[in-house]
Unconditional design. Structure first.
Ligand SMILES: CC(C)(COP(=O)(O)OP(=O)(O)OC[C@H]1O[C@@H](n2cnc3c(N)ncnc32)[C@H](O)[C@@H]1OP(=O)(O)O)[C@@H](O)C(=O)NCCC(=O)NCCS
Length: 297
């Protein structure tokens, strides 16, 4: 197989092929780790298509590598920027082309050293990926787990729950600024369009937020860690009422309140752990759940 690559920028028309490449790389990783992948690519594409189309337009950098012999994709890497937060969102090389330096060429383009106040990666446990991420100046801070369960009816929420609309975006941004440090301004229009936006209030004051949909949950913020129990019960109730067979959350494992609560509700760790990596410590991840499916913070 040819080991020469042609690098070019990605365009929205590349979304499907880049997705297929990601699935091939993750499937191969799982097989190498004796953890056969249970994802059906066609149904997962339906879940992710809208979000990947959004990333295609809002990426900070997006580069692809092609095999010049047949122009098939052999590499795909993308980053996004939320103010000073710079995140590597995707990084994949086709099995058979890995471990020969293509990953380095891609990551040097999409996640250049020195860019971003905080540099973040939600990393797989692939040794090749981890080597590249340390070289890019990030350090593993804590594991992330996807926790999944069949939702059960739950006691009603002790917080006031308000169905929010885009005019409330500043409240969501303020909560995320308090918890993570960086609001995701470019993503709120997508989140408000594709997910139910929920604000949780006590005595009229917003103390938490969440985004809910049948195909994905999060991000979830809470000013106080303890309020996550009420928020998670509300989300589980919604998932049960919506008839979901399974709900999944992307949970920082330093979030002891959420992990203990979800284990108590029968949630199980689903698939391999990931690592939260960053160039420096920041944010309050004991009161935060990431965007799910677990692609970005
Ligand atoms: C992660 C990935 C994109 C990297 O691309 P790649 O072309 O394989 O990467 P490179 O060849 O540029 O670099 C691999 C590095 O891993 C190092 N490496 C390989 N095995 C290693 C091990 N067991 N321990 C430590 N480092 C190791 C190599 O030495 C090389 O580093 P070097 O260039 O400093 O010597 C690719 O391997 C991949 O698609 N993996 C599966 C999907 C995945 O997990 N993606 C990450 C999503 S967050």
């Amino acid at each position: 197989m040819s080991k020469d690559f042609r690098l070019r920028r990605g365009t929205p028309a590349d979304s499907r092929a880049a997705f297929e490449l990601s699935i091939a790389a993750v499937g191969d990783l799982m097989t190498r780790q004796n953890h056969p992948m249970k994802i059906d690519a066609e149904s997962f594409w339906k879940v992710l298509e809208s979000y990947l189309s959004h990333l295609a337009v809002h990426a900070a950098e997006w580069w692809l590598a092609e095999d010049p012999s047949d122009r098939s994709l052999v590499g795909h890497a993308r980053s996004l920027e939320r103010g000073g937060l710079f995140e590597l969102s995707e990084f994949f090389v086709r099995p058979g082309f890995q471990a020969s330096g293509l990953g380095k060429q891609l990551i040097d383009r999409v996640f250049p050293k020195g860019r971003g106040e905080v540099r973040v990666i939600i990393a797989t446990n692939d040794v090749r990926a981890l080597a590249r991420y340390y070289a890019a100046g990030t350090v593993a801070r804590f594991p992330m787990a996807t926790l999944s369960a069949a939702p059960k009816p739950a006691p009603s929420c002790e917080l006031e729950v308000v169905a929010a609309n885009p005019s409330d975006v500043a409240v969501f941004a303020e909560l995320e600024r308090a918890v993570v440090g960086y609001p995701r301004d470019a993503d709120y229009p997508w989140l408000f369009r594709e997910r139910e936006a929920l604000l949780y209030r006590r005595h009229g004051r917003a103390v938490g937020s969440a985004f809910f949909s049948k195909t994905g949950l999060g991000p979830v913020t809470s000013l106080e860690p303890a309020d996550q129990r009420a928020i998670l019960l509300d989300l589980e109730n919604r998932a049960h009422a919506a008839g979901l067979e399974e709900m999944s959350l992307s949970v920082p494992m330093v979030n002891d309140v959420a992990v203990a609560h979800l284990f108590g509700r029968g949630f199980k760790i689903d698939g391999p752990l990931q690592f939260f990596m960053s160039n420096r410590a920041f944010g309050h991840f004991d009161r935060f759940l990431a965007f799910a499916p677990a692609i970005v913070l």
